[in-house]
Structure formats: C-alpha cells, structure tokens
Write a protein that binds this ligand. Structure first.
Ligand code: SF4
Ligand code: MG
Length: 338
C-alpha cells in the first residue's frame, strides 16, 4: 500500500515559562523539547503502534501530525498534501480526513451535551446543519460503535467508561476520516473493558478502511493491534519496523529493555532476563548529549556521549538508531583478531 502519512523531522518545542511546568520548576525560560526530530511513515490501511514511556513525546507527536499543535519545524505530508502549509480554512477541510480519539473519555466529553450533540458536533462544524441529516448520520455511527439509538438523548454521566469511549470513537469517526490517531484509547479503562474496545477499533478499521497511529505505553496492546511499531525515546523515534520483526529481534537497547520488562508466554524457560534501566527518564528540559539514551543504556561507550547515532538497518524495513548497528563498526569487529 502507498504511504498515506509521512512525517519528516518533526520538532515541537514548548516555552516552559508558560503553563504549569514553568510555574512548578521556576525554570527561567528554557525551551522544552517535547519532540526532537521524529520521522514516521504510515501506509494506507496500516496500524502503526507508537510506544514509549509516558513523557517521551508520543501524544505531542500524534497531535502535531494533525496540527492540533503547530510543529516548531518539520514537514507532514498527508496523501501527498503538505498539511504544515495549509491555511486555517484549508486545514478545517482537511480535518475531515484526520481525527483523534483521546485517552480520557471523561475529560474529553462535555457533560452538559447529549450524545446526539456530542457526536454530531464535528459534522455541524463542517457545515452540515439539516436536523434530519445530522440525526441520521449520528444514528448510523452510534450503531456502528455498538451503542443504541435510544442512547442519543442521554448525557455522558449516564454511561460506563467503556461506553463513553465508544461515544468518543463515534465522534472521531462521524466525518469518515481516513486517518485516526488513537491516543492511549484504552489506558483509562478497566482491564476487562480494554479488550472489547481494542476489538471494536480493529473491526471499525476493517469495515471503514481506516489507517491508525495507535499510541500506547503498553507493549502487549501495541503488539496485538499493530502492523508495525515505532519506539519513541525523549522525542525521537529510536527503532521502527514490522511488529513481528521488532518483537522477535529488538535492536535498540531501549526496545530490548521495554520488551524484557514484559513476561511473555512460552518464554519463561529460556531464562528470560529482565533488563533494568539505570536511572529515571531525563527531563526534556535538559536533554543528554550524543545518544539521548546513553545515561540509561547498559552498552553505552565513549562515542555515545558525544555523537548522536544514525538510523541503521536492523532487518528488512527495520531500523534502529544505535552506534552498535553501525556497519563500519560491525565490519571492524569482524576483522579484529581474536
Ligand atoms: Fe546505547 Fe550507545 Fe546505542 Fe545509544 S548509541 S543505544 S548509548 S549503545
Ligand atoms: Mg500521552
């Protein structure tokens, strides 16, 4: 399939003097580098899973792709159009094709609006004002996500968490978008409900021909739903590739650590050892030099502290940004006498 969305070298910096972060830290005005040169390709009909610890910039990247945040620099191509160059009116029209499902259905739904108003709002904003048409479109999508038309006159508090997320999904899908950012869509839900919502998202993707960027910190969710995986660390994509490849042969030490923290069925006998990361996630206010993972990497050596690694081939369509994969180094090690 062709590439539907291509993000090139996305940078998003915040001014830390503004907002809560600046107040809490009393920081005299550094820029917070939330996304730091991330590149990504998403093919039509594919689900790309974006994984990393909380605070690594996943949500910021997802929102920046939709221009809900303006990128500081970088380019976003959607279906051949450079969305970073669109005017507000053009962007509004583009919004039909690019939507988002938020993590917290409680926070993202206005408690004073009925389901009909909440789900119909994006259509209204696109200029559909005829009551009958609105009602029909809302009823159709609400049924698609497994709610009943008798729910249309109810308010968010009358629903369970899983049902509220269905309302959020209906609202995101009512414009028939091609591309949807799913930002931790099941993280706020009870474990018993998570599987239902993940299955629903998979079914809707097949029925409606959707393309997803699926953001999660949970590798088991990502492994289940994604065709390919992008691993994010401190605002950069450090590894990407087909899901099976990355899970079988994780090539960046950070991915190896993420995966080693998950007990995997059938791997217990092989003495599956857990790699412990040293220290905490560094603050984006004060990023490490060289490879940003060097402060926590068990394999870090001198070069890692000064030189940022390139993305190197780790397999077919599989790349990771680590000096250990540098073909020059690998060749030299093979030549070296024992
Ligand atoms: Fe670790 Fe160095 Fe590779 Fe970074 S470049 S992941 S510090 S070995
Ligand atoms: Mg987030």
């Amino acid at each position: 399939a062709e590439v539907l969305l291509k993000a090139e070298n996305i940078v998003k910096h915040y001014d830390s003097r503004r907002g809560l972060w600046g107040k809490l830290t009393g920081n005299p005005g550094n820029l917070v580098a939330a996304v730091n040169g991330a590149s990504l390709e998403i093919r039509r009909g594919e689900t790309v899973g974006l994984i990393g610890e909380s605070g690594c910039g996943k949500s910021t990247l997802g929102r920046t792709l939709l221009r809900l945040h303006e990128p500081t620099s970088g380019r976003i191509l959607f279906d051949g159009t450079d969305v970073t160059s669109l005017s507000p009116a053009e962007m509004k029209a583009m919004r039909q094709h690019m939507q988002i499902i938020f993590q917290d259905p409680y926070a993202s739904l206005n408690p004073r609006k009925t389901v009909e108003e909440l789900v119909g709002l994006p259509l209204k904003l696109q200029g559909v004002t005829k009551k009958a048409e609105l009602r029909e479109r809302v009823a159709e999508i609400v049924t698609n996500v497994g709610l009943k038309t008798s729910h249309l006159s109810r308010y968010p508090h009358q629903f369970s968490g899983g049902q509220r997320q269905r309302i959020g999904i209906a609202r995101a899908l009512i414009l028939h978008p091609q591309f949807v950012v799913c930002d931790e869509p099941v993280s706020a839900l009870d474990v018993s409900i998570q599987a239902q919502v993940i299955k629903l998202l998979g079914d809707l993707k097949r029925e409606l021909g959707l393309t997803y960027l699926f953001i999660s910190h949970d590798i088991s969710v990502i492994g289940y739903i994604s065709d390919s995986i992008a691993v994010m660390y401190l605002g950069e994509i450090v590894e990407s590739g087909p899901t099976r490849e990355v899970l079988k042969n994780p090539s960046h030490p950070y991915t190896q650590a993420l995966l080693s923290a998950v007990p995997r069925v059938g791997h217990a006998k092989q003495g599956h050892e857990r790699i412990r990361l040293q220290g905490d996630l560094p603050t984006p206010l004060n990023l490490p030099s060289g490879c940003k993972f060097h402060t926590r990497c068990p394999y870090a050596y001198e070069r890692c502290r000064t030189e940022a690694p390139q993305h190197h081939q780790a397999g077919e369509s599989h790349r990771a940004a680590c000096h250990l994969l540098d073909p020059n180094i690998i060749a030299r090690q093979q030549e070296a006498p024992e």
